[in-house]
Design a protein around this ligand. Structure first.
Ligand code: ADP
Ligand code: MG
Length: 729
């Protein structure tokens, strides 16, 4: 085998891989679930009653922990961690880069030149000042004023990360600038949760005075692709951008649908077992795993949790999955669209709210009172989405997700809500308010339509909807697989909180005018059902007809990131965030700036990669094949053979020459477009140029590169092909 072929060498490596044996800590998951978490059990063993109570109160009601108790808690944490062999601790936070960040410090304090003690103080637990001047801050923090600080979030437990090299105690924190502006996802998420939970609690009290707390819940389904590490490394586009910028579709894609829920290949199974075990030790309640629709695509999902924890867990899970993949010679791809022509990956966000009395507020009931409560929350969510579709759209707008939305079984960019035929019937009934025979004069709650019991059956599903009601929760399906779910959740929590507050005001006004509580609620809801109809869509979201229909209804189909992001800085949105105490105008503007900038940078990088690959890999592969053909044709001619015998060589040479010439020109033009874009100082305008003048070249270049891939001899082609990347076993 030729050693000069990167691709063939990679293929050989991939084929030689052995399945890695995974050692489980025990046969029973319950023996090790949460063993690396400073949870209830560990806290009871290592904290005084007082400290334990303080942490519980902070978790449950958001109460502040005083410095002295923080000192005790830190000591307890250190003791627990050191017993487990931990040497370092870190504040663990979620900057706006979308990943997680950490900076390690040792539990060690020198007391003389040869002596030291293990130390971890309350103030080290509570607050840190990482020199984090290079994180995106949208102008909120000057690089010379590098001070931003991280502050402990006691509502998410600390945990130990063991990467087999060392063990580190990780402390979930928020990350804010010295002047107090949020520079991360967690800070505004916590504020949005506070707004939502307080608003929902007030509404709950219309139905049940005993409810003391509402908690918003989230279950995150995570889709991902796996490719062999050697093949991955032979694809600069995958390595640098996370997606394939060229590559023609494998002859066999997903058309046979034989991968979906199919049996999991052994090597992949070992990988899953390995990362699941690590995740379970960290208290991530992973429950399901299966193959997804596309070849090489899989999904895992934990049980739902409190939103803050669910998001920390998802961020941590992605991290674990990446690290463990290495052990198995695999690369995990979280990119929303790593391969053209087959399904992309999403991260379905299953969202609901529950009470401390054990009621899921989006679970339909049968008693009139529970039923009225369900309809109240259900209709208010629909109204919130109806009022802020563009903002929801903005919350999931990234360059990666743009390739996914609206293509290959992914929801379209048009935001709509699916509720199923039965609930559609219920809302119709609610709107027309047909009093059933014999109910006149009885309490108004009977006027609420009954909800059919069969609802909880999952048969009534619409996989094409970006935002679907699925029995007892809403599922935001348009969220991209690599996203930090905090982005869409901040928006969803805030718009629903805001909506519930408006609802409350309207109901109170009705009561003031003399209506019974039930009648007032009914009347406001009826108004909402009437006014938010256009957001409801039960049909096929993939169809072309929906685009036309949506346009008629006045629903937007925003397909490009720079346009989608604009929703963040609309006046009403700034007011929304401000009034609900989630983000200040200054913070929103900074975030907007970061997102637009990030978009520009990503296209710039992709453009460079595709240019380099074309010049240094694709064209040379084609030209070396061309030289081989020319050589053969020349020899045949020398031998005095008839022209017809080597005509096919000449034709192929001409074909290759045509494509290569065009490629060369396109790359040149693309670089020129990039130069033009870079001279534009205004970020928004630069983003538009990148979007409309640079990005279109990707498709054109790809088209020609893929043509070449189809004619160049297999041996000469240097980039691993789709069929090789996708069908790992
Ligand atoms: P599917 O693939 O059919 O959508 P899964 O079972 O894979 O369903 O995922 C459903 C997700 O929804 C799980 O994470 C589950 O825990 C979560 N879920 C269930 N009930 C709730 C709820 N009340 N609030 C939030 N998430 C929920
Ligand atoms: Mg789902």
């Amino acid at each position: 085998m030729s050693t000069s072929s990167i691709r063939l060498n990679a293929l050989e490596m991939a084929q030689k891989r052995q399945k890695i044996k995974v050692e489980l800590p025990s046969d029973k998951i319950s023996d090790y679930f949460g063993s690396q978490v400073f949870g209830e059990k560990a806290m009871k063993a290592h904290l005084s009653k007082e400290a334990f109570k303080a942490i519980k109160a902070a978790r449950e009601t958001g109460e502040k922990i005083d410095r002295e108790l923080a000192e005790q808690i830190a000591a307890g944490m250190r003791q627990w961690a050191v017993n487990k062999g931990v040497t370092h601790y870190t504040h663990w936070f979620q900057p706006l880069t979308g990943t997680t960040a950490e900076k390690h410090d040792a539990f060690f304090d020198p007391i003389s030149d040869t002596e030291s003690v293990e130390k971890f103080t309350g103030s080290a637990l509570v607050q840190q000042e990482p020199d984090a001047s290079s994180f995106p801050n949208g102008g909120l923090r000057n690089t010379f004023e590098a001070r931003g600080y991280t502050a402990w979030d006691p509502s998410s437990p600390v945990f130990i990360v063991d990467n087999k090299i060392g063990k580190t105690l990780c402390i979930p924190t928020i990350f804010v600038s010295y002047t107090g502006e949020a520079l991360d996802y967690k800070a505004p998420l916590l504020k949005s949760l506070h707004a939502l939970e307080a608003a929902a609690l007030d509404i709950c009290h219309y139905f049940d005075k005993n409810v003391k707390k509402v908690q918003a819940t989230l279950g995150i389904e995570q889709e991902y692709f796996l490719v062999d590490e050697a093949l991955y490394n032979a694809r600069p586009d995958l390595v640098i951008t996370g997606r394939t910028l060229v590559g023609y579709s494998a002859a066999k894609g997903q058309q046979l649908e034989d991968h979906y829920f199919g049996s999991i290949p052994e090597r992949i199974h070992a990988y899953m077992l390995d990362f699941e075990t690590e995740a379970l030790k960290l208290g991530i309640p992973l429950k399901t795993r299966h193959n997804e629709v596309a070849p090489g695509q899989f999904e895992c999902a934990p049980n739902f949790e409190d939103i803050n924890l669910a998001i920390d867990h998802n961020q941590l899970l992605m991290d674990i999955m990446e690290k463990i993949a290495r052990r198995h010679g695999l690369k995990v791809l979280f990119h929303e669209k790593p391969f053209a022509g087959i399904n992309g990956s999403g991260k379905h966000n299953n969202w609901s709210m529950g009470t401390d009395t054990g009621v899921n507020l989006l679970s339909p009931g049968n008693t009139p009172n529970k039923n009225m409560q369900f309809l109240t929350f259900f209709v208010n969510v629909i109204k919130a989405v109806h009022d802020y579709p563009d903002l929801l759209r903005a919350s999931i707008a990234t360059m990666e997700n743009e390739h996914r939305l609206g293509a290959n079984e992914a929801p379209p960019s048009i935001i709509s809500v699916f509720i199923g035929s039965q609930l559609t019937g219920v809302l119709n009934e609610l709107e027309s308010n047909k009093a059933k025979k014999g109910t006149e004069g009885k309490t108004e709650s009977i006027l609420f339509p009954r909800i059919p019991e069969i609802l909880l059956d999952n048969t009534d599903r619409n996989r094409t909807s970006p935002f679907a009601f699925t029995g007892n929760k809403f599922e935001f399906r348009a969220v991209g697989s690599s996203a930090n779910s905090a982005s869409p959740m901040i928006v969803l929590n805030t718009i629903v909180a805001n909506q519930l507050r408006s609802f409350q005001k309207e109901v109170e006004a009705g009561i003031k005018k003399g209506a019974t509580k039930e009648a007032a609620i009914l009347s406001v809801l009826r108004g909402y059902v009437k006014s938010s109809k256009k957001i409801l869509f039960e049909g096929n979201g993939y169809g072309e007809e929906w685009k036309e229909e949506a346009a008629k209804r006045g629903l937007k189909n925003i397909t490009e990131v720079p346009d989608a992001l604009k929703a963040y800085v609309e006046k009403d949105v700034l007011k929304l965030f401000e009034e609900n105490g989630v983000l200040s105008g200054k913070e929103v503007h900074a975030r907007y700036e970061i997102l637009v900038e990030e978009y520009v940078k990503k296209i710039q990088i992709e453009s460079r990669v595709i240019g380099d690959m074309t010049n240094t890999i694709i064209m040379p592969s084609a030209l070396s094949y061309q030289a081989k053909l020319a050589d053969a044709a020349f020899k045949m001619k020398e031998l005095g053979m008839k022209k017809s015998t080597f005509e096919v060589y000449v034709k192929t040479i001409e074909e290759i020459a045509g494509y290569v010439t065009d490629l060369k020109r396109l790359v040149f033009e693309m670089v020129e477009a990039r130069k033009r874009a870079n001279t534009e100082e205004d970020t928004e305008r630069r983003a538009q140029i990148y979007c409309h003048e640079v990005k279109p070249y990707f498709q054109e270049i790809r088209y020609l590169a893929d043509k070449l891939e189809r004619i160049v001899e297999n041996e000469c082609w240097q980039l691993p092909k789709y069929r090789e990347l996708l069908f790992i076993r």
